[in-house]
Design a protein. Structure first.
Length: 103
């Protein structure tokens, strides 16, 4: 069985929409998006854990993991390690991506 589900990564915030007010925001968002699309391409087998109903209809929030060699890797952990995301909890304000994007 196959299903298409929109998933937000649990526990992090990452740039996912270009920000015209941030000089390097568009390039930073593209860098992050390109890395995710290369590492987690459409059709790649992933594991969803801690699945929760999202705030928007048709979307869930979950830990997303991919299998590599001998273990499952967390997308959130990979993004945090590359400084492509910051830890985030529900209700927390959006981080100032202009300060986080490389110059």
């Amino acid at each position: 069985m196959t299903a298409e589900v929109h998933v937000r990564v649990l526990g992090i915030d990452a740039p996912d929409v270009p920000n015209d007010g941030c000089p390097n925001g568009v390039e930073f968002e593209k860098t992050v998006t390109d890395w995710v699309e290369k590492t987690y391409p459409v059709g790649k087998l992933v594991r969803l854990e801690n699945v929760q109903r999202g705030a928007f209809a048709g979307r869930v929030v979950a830990d997303i993991k991919r299998f590599r060699s001998d273990r499952w890797l967390s997308l959130a952990d990979e993004l945090l390690a590359r400084k492509y995301a910051v830890e985030w909890k529900l209700g927390q304000s959006t981080p100032p991506w202009c300060l986080l994007a490389p110059e």
